[in-house]
Each structure stands twice: as C-alpha cells, then as structure tokens.
Design a protein around this ligand. Structure first.
Ligand code: AMP
Length: 302
C-alpha cells in the first residue's frame, strides 16, 4: 500500500488517504492509531456505518467530535446482518465519496476493513440478543440483530473507543446495542442522535436511493402519519385506533406491504397499549423496492 498521507505524531501509520483522511484496512493499523492517540491523552469516538453516507451519518460524526478528541468512522457493509434474499449485493457503495464527506465533517480516520478481515476463514461465533431485539424488525429480519451485535461488538473491541454514536433513526437497533453493551460489560458509552430528516420529514437513509421520483414524493407520508398519531396519543387517544389510522394513511399514500406499526415503551421496547410514560411509535413499510423505517417519540402530556 502506498502511503499518500504525511505521517504525523497522531498518525504514525503509513496509510492510503482520500484528501486528508487516512483509510485503515486492518485491525492492527486501527489499534496502532488509537494507541498513538491514547499516548497523547486523547479520547476517541467511534461511528459505525455501512457507508453511502448522507447528512444523518455526518451528524453522528459531528456529535462524535463534541464528545471526544478524535473520531473514527467505520464503513463496512456487514454480510452477517443480511439474509440471502436481502440487498447486500446491491447496497450502495461509494468509498471515495464517503471519505470526502467524512473529511469535511471533521472525521479523523476511516476504518474500512474487508469482509475477509472481519470474518476470516473458520469464523464460528454468534451473538444472540433477546429483550429489545424481539419483535418489530427482529420479526421481519430475524438475522439482523445477531449480525449487528456481532459486528458492533467486534468494532468496539477493535477500536476500544470511549464513546460510540448511533442514530435514533434505527431506534430498535440503538436499544439492542445499549442492551448487549451493558450485558457484556463492554466499556464503551453508547450515545444516540435524533433522526436527521429531509426538509419534508423523510428520514435520511442510504436506502432512499432505491426510490423513484414518484415514490420519493410519497415517502414522507410515513413520518407525517407517525407524527400526527404521536400527538394524538400524547393527548390521550386510544392506541389501537391511532395505529389503524397510521396504516390507512400510509396505504393510501402508496406504501405496499406494511411490516409493522407499533407503540412500544421508549426504554424497554415492550409493547404498550396506553401512554403513561415515554413511548415510541415505530413503523416499517415498503415503498416500491425500498423498505423504509421510521419512529417518533410519544411523550405523555402533563
Ligand atoms: P447505516 O449506515 O444505515 O447502517 O447507519 C449507520 C448509523 O447511522 C446508524 O447508527 C444509523 O442509525 C445512523 N443513521 C442513519 N440514518 C440516520 C438519520 N437519518 N439520522 C440519524 N442517524 C442516522
């Protein structure tokens, strides 16, 4: 590998870089970089992603910069969280574009390991999470949270950051990560960032690239329906009616299969039928070839 970034005291590794952003491919290089920062007394934030970065991801980087002295972003499309029929092969990939965006957001290092480096020949370990991983996306994508737990645990142990930042856009995933981090005594603080949205309310997502222009115009109705129902629930509306109302509204807007629309406790993710403490409305539905997910808080009035 030809070094193109000038090594500095906090970047002792000869690394391939895009602009000024070093790109590390191996766990050894990542650990050397983090160790060099540690020797300087610097703190480290990790932002795991699957790439095809948008402003939601960059919000996590900016939050990481507020929370720590150095920010590592990982880009790894993790095969263990996709079922064979899902979009692993066609998931958008753009490492050059990602590196440029990360550099502009103030990220210090991009960690982009290969699949073979993360899952070498003979890899034989799995992690199974219950509790918040049950139901919702856990029902419709049964392999997902085991794969997320595996890759995030590996990334945590590889980078050993002080803090890691995840988006509330994937609210169930955030709760699952908090759960196994606590359960496995992994010494990493897990921070959540509110969902970053397009001007019309659509949650930013790499999978929005799958939407046609017409589907893109219809997609914000998911957020509008959730937001309206959350206000009604907070004011005392009955849950079944609110959930049925969301289903009708998004079906009308052109969503096809609705995987779920549910009201859950905001912390435990247990199903709730009335809002007496902070809750979360969560939904997943298909618009054309894109499976869109979204969620909003429901805060009881008074
Ligand atoms: P992904 O690359 O889709 O796996 O997402 C990587 C991280 O970015 C996860 O923590 C996501 O929750 C977060 N993320 C994705 N989209 C958004 C968004 N619109 N707002 C905030 N965080 C997001």
């Amino acid at each position: 590998m030809t070094p193109t970034a000038a090594p500095s005291s906090s970047n002792p590794i000869g690394t391939l870089s895009a602009g000024t952003l070093p790109i590390l491919r191996t766990v050894e290089d990542l650990r050397s970089q983090v160790a060099a920062w540690r020797r300087e007394g610097l703190t480290v934030a990790l932002v795991p992603t699957m790439g095809a970065l948008h402003d939601g991801h960059l919000g996590l980087i900016r939050r990481g910069r507020e929370l720590a002295d150095r920010v590592v972003a990982s880009v790894f499309v993790n095969p263990t969280q996709f079922a064979p029929h899902e979009d692993f092969d066609r998931y958008p990939r753009d490492e050059g574009g990602d590196a440029a965006k990360l550099a502009s957001a103030g990220c210090h290092v991009l960690y982009a390991p290969t699949v073979r480096a993360m899952y070498p020949q003979g890899f034989a370990t799995a992690i199974s999470v219950g509790g918040p991983a049950e139901g919702l996306c856990g029902t419709f994508r049964p392999q997902m949270f085991g794969g997320v737990a595996l890759v995030v645990t590996k990334l945590f142990l590889q980078a050993l950051p002080d803090v890691a930042v995840f988006g509330e856009k994937d609210y169930q995933q955030l709760m699952v990560i908090r759960r196994f981090t606590r359960d496995l005594d992994i010494p990493v603080r897990v921070e959540g960032l509110p969902t970053v949205r397009e001007a019309d309310g659509l949650a930013m997502s790499s999978r929005n690239a799958y939407l046609s222009a017409d589907e893109r115009a219809r997609a914000p109705e998911l957020n509008r329906a959730l937001t309206a129902a959350a206000a009604a629930l907070a004011a005392g509306a009955e849950a079944d009616g609110a959930l049925t109302g969301i289903r009708g509204r998004i079906a009308e807007a052109g969503f096809g299969t609705i995987d779920y629309v549910e009201l859950r406790d905001a912390e435990t993710l247990e199903p709730v039928s009335a809002v007496t403490r902070p809750a979360r409305l969560l939904a997943a539905a298909w618009m054309g070839k894109a499976r869109l997910i979204d969620n909003v808080p429901v805060i009881p009035a008074g």
